[in-house]
Design a protein around this ligand. Structure first.
Ligand code: ATP
Ligand code: MG
Ligand code: FE
Length: 336
């Protein structure tokens, strides 16, 4: 089965072609980061317009790179949520038009399931069940992946998402957008033990997360330094902040694996690109005999290949949508 996949939920316009769900033949990503940089974050209306401008060329590039035409496509997979409604609608309308014109099945994909599925592309042998830690710009979930397309959420963030926290702290220090990769880079030059920021674990038995208290603590630290006219060592702030996030994420993921009886933890989402998180999870899991998997950097952040993989498994499990498929900005993990 050849899948054409389309992703436009946020600030990446992307199209990919996959064979049987796990072999990526092409994966074109047109990022809008430069466009949104000057605003310090994604401006929804600007994003939608740019998607409209880019999408046809991105799809054509995906076909060209695969040496294929629309005739070679068997199914069309598209992100229909969660995400920015105007941005989602661009990819979704395009996919519906193609499905109608070419008379090929349309499969609506949950973007978060796409992030998880990036791991099936990365590791061709990987099979559910496993524990998945999903850490992205808008979501933080700890979930049991029981089978392809079958999820049980154990915990989620009660306030900011992990990626959002990285972006907000970077913004407060005027480091640029998106903040995650910048904080990651600066952390390597800083001392992670230099500033004592809180680790928020919530109730003993909870798999939920909270990052807004940590964020306030970092902001208070920065303000106090400014008031006293003292220098801020951004590398130390970055490293200490990152360490606090990484410790809590790692410890809750391992706790979930142990308590639920899993020997595999899989990382997903943009923050899965974080070098501190990868290192600590690998180290800690080794001593607990737990296997750790994560996607390559380009498969962590938004891309259509991961959407194509999720679409394939949805399709072989019987999911086909009709042209009434709508964009669902707050689509939850496990909802199709
Ligand atoms: P969602 O998937 O929840 O809808 P999104 O699609 O905007 O949100 P992703 O594409 O998964 O988010 O990831 C983008 C996020 O990942 C940003 O918040 C970015 O700062 C963060 N990020 C990317 N690389 C790193 C890194 N190396 N360290 C930490 N965070 C990172
Ligand atoms: Mg993005
Ligand atoms: Fe995403």
């Amino acid at each position: 089965i050849i899948t054409l996949a389309i992703e436009s939920s946020c600030d990446e316009t992307s199209a990919a072609i996959l064979k049987n769900g796990r072999d990526v033949i092409s994966n074109i990503v047109a990022t809008q980061i430069d466009l949104h940089k000057k605003f310090g974050g994604v401006v929804p209306e600007v994003a939608s317009r740019k998607h409209v401008e880019s999408i046809d060329a991105v799809i054509q590039s995906a076909l060209d790179e695969a040496n294929m035409t629309f005739d070679d496509i068997d199914i069309i997979g598209v992100t229909h949520g969660p995400g920015l409604v105007g941005a989602l609608l661009v990819g979704l309308s395009t996919a519906k038009a193609l499905s109608f014109a070419l008379n090929k099945p349309l499969v609506g994909v949950n973007h978060i399931e796409g992030h998880i599925s990036a791991n099936f592309i990365q590791d061709k042998e990987l099979e559910p069940p496993f524990i998945c830690l999903i850490v992205s710009g808008g979501h933080t979930h700890l979930a049991e992946v029981k089978d392809y397309g079958k999820y049980e959420i154990l915990g989620r963030t009660r306030d900011d998402a992990a990626g959002e926290a990285f972006d907000k702290i970077a913004r407060a220090m005027k480091l640029g957008y998106p903040g995650g990769p910048i904080i990651d880079r600066l952390s390597k030059m800083g001392d992670k033990d230099s500033i004592k920021f809180p680790r928020i674990y919530l109730e003993n038995d909870s798999y939920d997360f909270s990052f807004s208290g940590l964020k306030s603590s970092v902001l208070n630290y920065l303000n106090a330094k400014k008031m006293k006219n003292e220098d801020i060592v951004v590398e130390d702030v970055a490293a200490s902040f990152q360490q606090s996030v990484v410790e809590v994420l790692t410890s809750k993921a391992i706790k979930a694996a142990k308590e639920k009886g899993y020997d595999k933890i899989v990382l997903a989402g943009g923050v899965a690109a974080n070098s501190g998180l990868r290192e600590m999870l690998v180290t800690e899991c080794k001593s607990h005999n737990i296997d750790v998997k994560y996607p390559s950097l380009d498969l962590c952040t938004d891309n259509a290949a991961m959407i194509g993989c999720a679409a394939y498994y949805d399709y072989i499990n019987g999911k086909v949508d009709d042209l009434s498929l709508n964009a669902v900005p707050n689509l939850k993990l496990g909802q199709k």
